[in-house]
Design a protein around this ligand. Sequence first.
Ligand SMILES: Nc1nc2c(ncn2[C@@H]2O[C@H](COP(=O)(O)OP(=O)(O)OP(=O)(O)O)[C@@H](O)[C@H]2O)c(=O)[nH]1
Length: 650
Amino acid sequence: MNKPSQAAPSHTKKKAGVWRCPICTFDNDENLPFCEICGVIREAKLGTTDGVCEKPGASLLAKSLFSSNPREGSEDNAESLSIKENNFHGNTKFQARFDDLQKTFLAPDSNAHVNIAPFKFDSPSPDDIVFSGKKALEITPKDRAPSTVAKSKEVTEDMGAAENLERPPRLPSKDSHRNISEGGAGGSTGLANKLQDFSLSQTSEYKPEEWMLPVEEKGALAQLNLAIVGHVDSGKSTLSGRLLHQLGRISRKEMHKYEKESREKGKGSFAYAWAMDESSEERERGITMAVAVAYFDCKRYHVVLLDSPGHRDLVPNLIAGGAAQADAAVLVVDSSGGNFEAGMEGGGQTREHAQLVRSFGVDQMIVAVNKMDCVGYSEERFQGLKKRLGLFLRSCGFKESSISWVPLSAIDNQNLMAPASDPRLSRWYAGPCLLEAIDALQPPVRDVSKPLRLPVCDVIKSRSQGNVSASGKLEAGAIRNGTKVLFMPSGDVATVRSIERDSTSCHVARAGDNVAVVLQGVDTASVTPGGVLCHPDFPVHVAASLELKILTLDVATPILVGSEVEFHIHHVREAARVARIVSVVDPKTGRASGKAARFLSAKQSAVIEVVLAGAVCVEEFSKCRALGRVFLRSSGSTVAVGIVTKVLRQ
Ligand SMILES: Nc1nc2c(ncn2[C@@H]2O[C@H](COP(=O)(O)OP(=O)(O)OP(=O)(O)O)[C@@H](O)[C@H]2O)c(=O)[nH]1
């Protein structure tokens, strides 16, 4: 059936100067050896029909899901997001770990960590790109009520459909906010009425108040959340520690202490990593286990650095703590013999991390080619590695122009803050050093003019003062001292007493900021991680039945109707059941087939319905990306990433 390598030449004939990719049908420049869009090699031996690959999986991955989304808004727009109260740049604490805070302050009776993804910030989510494919979907009336039906009716009908589905067997109840569906705390008729009122108010148009909009201030730096990801032992913590030391965020005295202590333990080479890996277990094992957060300023950005674990068993920590939080990523690869190759193998974390950060919407990446000292700063090694990894990154949907490649050595301090001093590197590399590459990243776009959304990742309760501090990343809107906020799913209204951003108190915080908000006038028991602080008139949905558009990953076992999966959304994980596979997206056309299916195999894109064991705070992806990205896991690995296309039942 396959006709090896005939596709390219036949299409070259059709258009002069270009060759058509047999996978995604993009017309590439004649000189390009691989497809600009999906990265497939020109001579790939794939059967085609009319220029379209006959093998569905690849086209799906390349086109429907990981194709790049245009950046929203202009640079000007994003520049205007600089924060007025920028005194946090001078914050004293350079590093914090929410886990430690949790251990120190959490009330003993709190169930705050229960059923919450192991790391703070937000949880994984699907690709923005899944969304771009959504527009191509055409679901027949047979599958779904016509779109012209009024929203309330649509919800009612969907509810009916969902009711008829067999309920999933429940996992042992762990979730504090499952009470919505179970009529627990806040699950009363009163709450049902509140929710009804809320959905009515959602129809009115939201207008941000003047104070909510950022005031452009000369010299203020935009915040950039930068995840450091990569295969185990590639040097992520060493690179982070070295950078912070060079930038003066770690004093000479502290560094001296790390050097002495690590040497005494026979782990002298980990001195810089110790600056990031603070726990005794991490130091003992020589691996990062929890995402470490550090801060530094460069010319354009106040950078929040998220040093993530590389070990394969710790991928959930990376997902929840680093990748989902990131505006951009530094992918650290170990250039030394055999180690780069290990990261690129089937189960290698160079591949997995790159795929994951991309699926969380990160579309800018710096590849830090580390340990160049181990290969004598060889240009040949760098170019070979760039070629192989570059192909893979493009297949994940990173545009060539959004990737920068920096050869460096964290140990030898080559090409981090300044051009390399070692002639073996400076002889052939004249590009930006790591810090310059960070400065060259595009500013992230923030949802400042949307209603407040703050998914809560951690809660600290002060019994003596009757206060509760909720922390997380402000995904949309703004808050200031004295404002009323609504905590969902409990439906309690609280007053903001004070705000801390990057360990420094401030009066106003806006989308993009990582904050801890002290709330007053609320039952502390009702505020739990996994909830969302919202604008009182514009609450999030609380739902247990959702329509998703997903991309399955390299799954060995097919996902069946009735399969039980672990559903992850922002800081929540919940047991779920695949209730229906509404339609499978045709890899050739990118359109929904309109036919229900019984199962999904690897690298398929589909519209499915899931029923969760408990209700979660959720938004459609088109309304709030951070609250509409999901991923599904099963038997300890991620089986699909996706987006919420419809809230079926509240
Ligand atoms: N030769 C050389 N060794 C390096 C370099 N950077 C890091 N290392 C060494 O690589 C080892 C692992 O470094 P880490 O910084 O702990 O690696 P990591 O990626 O943070 O590890 P995980 O977080 O556990 O995945 C340590 O022994 C470092 O000294 C480098 O540029 N050159």
